[in-house]
Design a binder for this molecule. Sequence first.
Ligand code: FES
Length: 124
Amino acid sequence: MSIDSGGAWFTSLENHATDRSAQERVSIVVDGQLLSVPAEVSVAASLMMAGVRRFSERPVHGGARVPYCMMGVCFECVVDIDDLPGCRACMTKVHSGMRIGMRGAMSRLLSADDDAHEEAGHHD
Ligand code: FES
């Protein structure tokens, strides 16, 4: 499966002030695809700098979810990180070897929430 990406559509202010080739980079795996991204940035920022344009999909009509607030409030950036579902990409710093799953991440988060609800004895 390929990730939905185009050219870079996000850049940090640092990229304008420094030589991009001099930045330290790390390798991450996104839905099975190896990407080289800048180190020392959030997962959300690194993915947008790599040109990723769809983080997950809306359950009703399948529209794209993409980061919106970049400060942990909106949950539009939810992805799976190193097999942990429902992580906010904007609040997690990227590291070498990180495995990121984007397809269905929001559905898995909602499913995990339902399971936790049932384990707690709550039934809707
Ligand atoms: S972009 Fe809003 S919580 Fe991550």
